[in-house]
Design a protein around this ligand. Structure first.
Ligand code: ZN
Length: 307
Protein backbone atom coordinates (compact mmCIF):
# COMPACT_ATOMS: atom_id res chain seq x y z
CA UNK A 1 0.00 0.00 0.00
CA UNK A 2 1.32 3.43 -0.89
CA UNK A 3 1.55 6.10 1.72
CA UNK A 4 -1.92 7.54 1.51
CA UNK A 5 -2.54 10.96 3.00
CA UNK A 6 -6.25 10.77 2.15
CA UNK A 7 -6.68 7.53 4.02
CA UNK A 8 -4.61 8.40 7.04
CA UNK A 9 -5.10 12.15 7.26
CA UNK A 10 -3.71 15.02 9.27
CA UNK A 11 -4.64 14.54 12.89
CA UNK A 12 -3.24 17.83 14.17
CA UNK A 13 -6.62 19.56 14.46
CA UNK A 14 -7.89 16.97 16.93
CA UNK A 15 -5.29 18.22 19.38
CA UNK A 16 -5.72 21.97 18.96
CA UNK A 17 -8.26 22.54 21.71
CA UNK A 18 -7.08 26.07 22.54
CA UNK A 19 -7.01 25.25 26.25
CA UNK A 20 -4.45 27.01 28.45
CA UNK A 21 -3.02 24.54 30.92
CA UNK A 22 -1.46 25.78 34.15
CA UNK A 23 0.28 22.51 34.56
CA UNK A 24 2.55 20.78 32.03
CA UNK A 25 1.62 17.27 33.20
CA UNK A 26 -2.07 18.00 32.60
CA UNK A 27 -1.33 18.99 29.01
CA UNK A 28 0.66 15.77 28.53
CA UNK A 29 -2.19 13.65 29.89
CA UNK A 30 -4.76 15.37 27.67
CA UNK A 31 -2.52 14.97 24.60
CA UNK A 32 -2.04 11.27 25.31
CA UNK A 33 -5.77 10.76 25.89
CA UNK A 34 -6.71 12.48 22.63
CA UNK A 35 -4.23 10.29 20.76
CA UNK A 36 -5.58 7.17 22.48
CA UNK A 37 -9.14 8.05 21.50
CA UNK A 38 -7.91 8.21 17.89
CA UNK A 39 -6.16 4.85 18.13
CA UNK A 40 -2.59 6.12 18.48
CA UNK A 41 -0.16 6.31 21.33
CA UNK A 42 2.21 9.13 22.06
CA UNK A 43 5.37 9.22 24.10
CA UNK A 44 6.86 12.31 25.64
CA UNK A 45 10.19 13.61 24.37
CA UNK A 46 12.60 15.54 26.50
CA UNK A 47 11.90 19.11 27.57
CA UNK A 48 13.74 21.72 25.56
CA UNK A 49 14.22 25.15 27.10
CA UNK A 50 13.69 28.35 25.14
CA UNK A 51 15.43 31.43 26.51
CA UNK A 52 13.78 34.82 26.66
CA UNK A 53 15.72 38.08 26.42
CA UNK A 54 15.64 38.37 30.22
CA UNK A 55 17.28 34.90 30.51
CA UNK A 56 14.05 33.31 31.71
CA UNK A 57 13.57 29.79 30.35
CA UNK A 58 10.27 28.59 28.92
CA UNK A 59 9.75 24.94 28.09
CA UNK A 60 8.79 23.16 24.90
CA UNK A 61 8.20 19.44 24.70
CA UNK A 62 7.55 17.28 21.65
CA UNK A 63 5.24 14.31 21.76
CA UNK A 64 6.18 11.47 19.40
CA UNK A 65 4.09 8.66 17.99
CA UNK A 66 5.17 5.47 19.75
CA UNK A 67 5.82 3.96 16.35
CA UNK A 68 8.36 6.56 15.36
CA UNK A 69 11.90 5.50 14.85
CA UNK A 70 14.72 7.97 14.84
CA UNK A 71 16.38 6.76 11.64
CA UNK A 72 14.32 8.76 9.16
CA UNK A 73 15.28 12.39 9.18
CA UNK A 74 13.08 13.86 6.44
CA UNK A 75 9.32 13.91 6.29
CA UNK A 76 7.73 13.36 2.89
CA UNK A 77 4.07 12.36 3.04
CA UNK A 78 3.93 12.25 -0.76
CA UNK A 79 6.91 9.97 -1.12
CA UNK A 80 6.43 6.44 -2.35
CA UNK A 81 7.55 5.07 0.98
CA UNK A 82 5.25 2.17 1.71
CA UNK A 83 3.19 2.06 4.80
CA UNK A 84 3.86 -1.02 6.83
CA UNK A 85 0.34 -1.12 8.22
CA UNK A 86 -0.27 -2.93 11.46
CA UNK A 87 2.91 -4.88 11.75
CA UNK A 88 3.84 -6.32 15.08
CA UNK A 89 7.19 -4.56 15.21
CA UNK A 90 6.75 -1.18 16.78
CA UNK A 91 8.85 1.26 14.77
CA UNK A 92 7.43 2.24 11.42
CA UNK A 93 9.37 5.48 11.09
CA UNK A 94 6.19 7.42 11.85
CA UNK A 95 6.94 11.14 11.87
CA UNK A 96 3.84 12.33 13.71
CA UNK A 97 4.62 15.17 16.12
CA UNK A 98 2.67 17.44 18.35
CA UNK A 99 4.17 19.87 20.81
CA UNK A 100 3.36 21.30 24.20
CA UNK A 101 4.68 24.81 24.49
CA UNK A 102 4.98 27.14 27.43
CA UNK A 103 3.84 30.66 26.61
CA UNK A 104 3.56 33.94 28.45
CA UNK A 105 0.09 35.07 29.45
CA UNK A 106 1.15 38.59 28.55
CA UNK A 107 3.88 38.49 25.88
CA UNK A 108 5.25 41.84 27.10
CA UNK A 109 5.53 40.78 30.73
CA UNK A 110 8.63 38.61 30.54
CA UNK A 111 8.55 37.89 34.27
CA UNK A 112 4.81 37.33 34.29
CA UNK A 113 2.84 34.10 34.55
CA UNK A 114 2.95 31.43 31.85
CA UNK A 115 0.72 28.62 30.62
CA UNK A 116 1.01 25.50 28.44
CA UNK A 117 -0.66 24.98 25.08
CA UNK A 118 -0.89 22.05 22.69
CA UNK A 119 0.31 23.03 19.23
CA UNK A 120 0.84 21.45 15.86
CA UNK A 121 4.30 20.98 14.41
CA UNK A 122 5.26 22.11 10.93
CA UNK A 123 8.36 20.98 9.15
CA UNK A 124 10.86 23.77 8.62
CA UNK A 125 11.48 24.45 4.95
CA UNK A 126 8.60 22.47 3.50
CA UNK A 127 5.95 23.90 5.81
CA UNK A 128 4.29 20.48 5.98
CA UNK A 129 2.35 19.63 9.08
CA UNK A 130 3.61 16.64 10.98
CA UNK A 131 0.12 15.42 11.78
CA UNK A 132 0.26 12.28 9.63
CA UNK A 133 0.84 8.72 10.69
CA UNK A 134 2.32 6.25 8.22
CA UNK A 135 0.54 3.27 9.74
CA UNK A 136 -2.96 2.13 10.58
CA UNK A 137 -4.51 3.02 13.90
CA UNK A 138 -4.40 0.39 16.57
CA UNK A 139 -7.35 -1.98 16.35
CA UNK A 140 -6.77 -3.76 19.62
CA UNK A 141 -5.35 -1.15 21.98
CA UNK A 142 -6.16 -3.17 25.13
CA UNK A 143 -2.74 -4.67 25.37
CA UNK A 144 -0.93 -1.36 24.99
CA UNK A 145 0.87 -0.28 28.11
CA UNK A 146 -0.72 3.19 28.10
CA UNK A 147 -4.24 1.75 28.02
CA UNK A 148 -3.27 -0.63 30.70
CA UNK A 149 -1.97 1.80 33.29
CA UNK A 150 -2.92 1.35 36.91
CA UNK A 151 -4.78 4.24 38.52
CA UNK A 152 -3.84 5.72 41.89
CA UNK A 153 -6.82 3.86 43.37
CA UNK A 154 -5.64 0.56 41.90
CA UNK A 155 -2.17 1.17 43.29
CA UNK A 156 -3.53 1.88 46.74
CA UNK A 157 -5.64 -1.27 46.85
CA UNK A 158 -2.67 -3.27 45.54
CA UNK A 159 -0.50 -1.83 48.29
CA UNK A 160 -3.03 -2.97 50.88
CA UNK A 161 -3.08 -6.44 49.34
CA UNK A 162 0.73 -6.59 49.38
CA UNK A 163 0.83 -5.51 53.01
CA UNK A 164 -1.31 -8.48 54.04
CA UNK A 165 0.72 -10.85 51.88
CA UNK A 166 -1.62 -11.48 48.93
CA UNK A 167 0.50 -13.07 46.16
CA UNK A 168 0.83 -11.24 42.80
CA UNK A 169 -1.27 -13.81 40.90
CA UNK A 170 -4.19 -13.18 43.22
CA UNK A 171 -3.60 -9.40 43.18
CA UNK A 172 -3.95 -9.54 39.41
CA UNK A 173 -7.19 -11.51 39.53
CA UNK A 174 -8.75 -9.24 42.12
CA UNK A 175 -7.86 -6.01 40.35
CA UNK A 176 -9.01 -7.29 36.96
CA UNK A 177 -12.28 -8.51 38.42
CA UNK A 178 -12.90 -5.09 40.00
CA UNK A 179 -12.51 -3.42 36.62
CA UNK A 180 -14.71 -5.88 34.75
CA UNK A 181 -14.23 -5.45 31.01
CA UNK A 182 -11.39 -2.98 31.35
CA UNK A 183 -9.12 -5.16 33.46
CA UNK A 184 -6.22 -6.47 31.43
CA UNK A 185 -3.47 -6.15 33.96
CA UNK A 186 -0.66 -8.64 34.03
CA UNK A 187 1.15 -10.34 36.84
CA UNK A 188 4.35 -8.60 35.68
CA UNK A 189 2.73 -5.24 36.52
CA UNK A 190 2.04 -6.48 40.04
CA UNK A 191 5.67 -7.57 40.50
CA UNK A 192 7.01 -4.30 39.09
CA UNK A 193 4.78 -2.23 41.31
CA UNK A 194 5.88 -4.20 44.37
CA UNK A 195 9.54 -3.65 43.69
CA UNK A 196 8.98 0.02 42.80
CA UNK A 197 7.16 0.69 46.06
CA UNK A 198 10.01 -0.90 48.01
CA UNK A 199 12.35 1.39 46.11
CA UNK A 200 10.24 4.47 46.95
CA UNK A 201 10.35 3.72 50.65
CA UNK A 202 14.16 3.62 50.74
CA UNK A 203 16.85 6.09 49.90
CA UNK A 204 19.28 5.34 47.07
CA UNK A 205 21.97 3.90 49.32
CA UNK A 206 19.59 1.62 51.18
CA UNK A 207 18.24 0.33 47.91
CA UNK A 208 21.72 -0.19 46.45
CA UNK A 209 22.70 -2.17 49.54
CA UNK A 210 19.54 -4.24 49.41
CA UNK A 211 20.08 -4.98 45.71
CA UNK A 212 23.71 -5.93 46.42
CA UNK A 213 22.64 -8.19 49.27
CA UNK A 214 20.04 -9.87 47.12
CA UNK A 215 22.76 -10.73 44.60
CA UNK A 216 24.95 -12.04 47.44
CA UNK A 217 27.52 -9.26 47.15
CA UNK A 218 29.73 -8.65 50.16
CA UNK A 219 29.26 -5.08 51.35
CA UNK A 220 30.80 -2.77 53.94
CA UNK A 221 29.81 0.78 54.75
CA UNK A 222 31.33 3.53 56.85
CA UNK A 223 29.33 6.45 58.19
CA UNK A 224 30.30 9.69 59.88
CA UNK A 225 29.04 10.91 63.26
CA UNK A 226 25.84 12.26 61.66
CA UNK A 227 25.04 8.81 60.26
CA UNK A 228 25.82 9.99 56.71
CA UNK A 229 27.48 7.47 54.47
CA UNK A 230 31.10 8.24 53.62
CA UNK A 231 32.41 4.93 52.27
CA UNK A 232 30.76 2.07 50.44
CA UNK A 233 32.47 -1.19 49.50
CA UNK A 234 31.11 -4.12 47.56
CA UNK A 235 32.56 -7.29 46.12
CA UNK A 236 31.08 -10.23 44.29
CA UNK A 237 31.57 -13.60 46.04
CA UNK A 238 33.29 -15.06 42.96
CA UNK A 239 35.75 -12.15 43.02
CA UNK A 240 36.50 -12.85 46.66
CA UNK A 241 37.13 -16.52 45.87
CA UNK A 242 39.57 -15.49 43.17
CA UNK A 243 41.25 -13.08 45.56
CA UNK A 244 41.75 -15.92 48.03
CA UNK A 245 43.36 -18.01 45.30
CA UNK A 246 45.60 -15.22 43.95
CA UNK A 247 46.21 -12.61 46.66
CA UNK A 248 49.72 -11.64 45.52
CA UNK A 249 49.16 -8.71 43.17
CA UNK A 250 46.52 -6.10 43.79
CA UNK A 251 46.05 -2.98 41.69
CA UNK A 252 44.01 -0.07 42.93
CA UNK A 253 42.82 2.67 40.63
CA UNK A 254 40.25 5.41 40.99
CA UNK A 255 38.21 7.52 38.62
CA UNK A 256 36.97 11.02 39.29
CA UNK A 257 33.92 13.09 38.56
CA UNK A 258 32.02 10.34 36.86
CA UNK A 259 29.31 10.16 39.47
CA UNK A 260 26.77 12.62 40.82
CA UNK A 261 28.61 13.10 44.09
CA UNK A 262 32.02 13.70 42.49
CA UNK A 263 33.42 11.07 44.79
CA UNK A 264 36.31 8.87 43.76
CA UNK A 265 35.11 5.53 42.46
CA UNK A 266 37.80 3.01 43.27
CA UNK A 267 38.27 -0.27 41.48
CA UNK A 268 40.52 -2.98 42.77
CA UNK A 269 41.76 -5.71 40.47
CA UNK A 270 43.91 -8.76 40.97
CA UNK A 271 46.16 -10.76 38.66
CA UNK A 272 46.32 -14.50 38.00
CA UNK A 273 49.62 -16.36 37.36
CA UNK A 274 48.84 -16.41 33.63
CA UNK A 275 48.66 -12.62 33.58
CA UNK A 276 44.88 -12.25 33.38
CA UNK A 277 43.23 -9.61 35.50
CA UNK A 278 40.07 -10.02 37.53
CA UNK A 279 37.88 -7.59 39.36
CA UNK A 280 38.10 -7.84 43.15
CA UNK A 281 35.85 -5.10 44.42
CA UNK A 282 34.61 -1.56 43.97
CA UNK A 283 34.26 1.24 46.45
CA UNK A 284 32.79 4.68 46.59
CA UNK A 285 34.73 6.89 49.01
CA UNK A 286 34.25 10.49 49.97
CA UNK A 287 37.94 11.29 49.62
CA UNK A 288 41.32 9.78 48.86
CA UNK A 289 43.00 10.23 52.21
CA UNK A 290 45.29 7.66 53.76
CA UNK A 291 42.46 6.70 56.15
CA UNK A 292 40.11 6.01 53.28
CA UNK A 293 42.59 3.72 51.57
CA UNK A 294 43.37 1.98 54.85
CA UNK A 295 39.65 1.34 55.30
CA UNK A 296 39.48 -0.07 51.78
CA UNK A 297 42.46 -2.37 52.39
CA UNK A 298 40.85 -3.50 55.62
CA UNK A 299 37.65 -4.41 53.80
CA UNK A 300 39.65 -6.41 51.27
CA UNK A 301 41.51 -8.05 54.13
CA UNK A 302 38.32 -8.93 56.02
CA UNK A 303 36.70 -10.59 53.01
CA UNK A 304 39.84 -12.00 51.49
CA UNK A 305 41.24 -13.64 54.63
CA UNK A 306 38.56 -14.96 56.93
CA UNK A 307 39.84 -16.19 60.29
ZN1 ZN B 1 2.20 7.19 14.12
Amino acid sequence: MDYNVELIGDYTDHFLNGVRYDNFEDAVTVTKNIAMSLGFFLTKGSMKPRELSNKRLLGICYMYCDRCSRERKSYKPDSSKESRGNTSSKGSGCMFRIKIKELLVNPDALDGPSFWEIQGVTEQGTGLRRGYHNHEKMLYPKGHSQMNQLSQEDKESLRQMRDVGVPPSQQKQTINKQKGDKGHHTQRQMYNLGSKSRKDEMNAVQYALLAAERENYHTEVMKDDDDVLTHLFFAHPTSIQMLKAWPYVILIDSTYKTNAYKWPWVEVIGATPVGKNFNICCALMKDETKESYLWLLQCIHIWGNPP
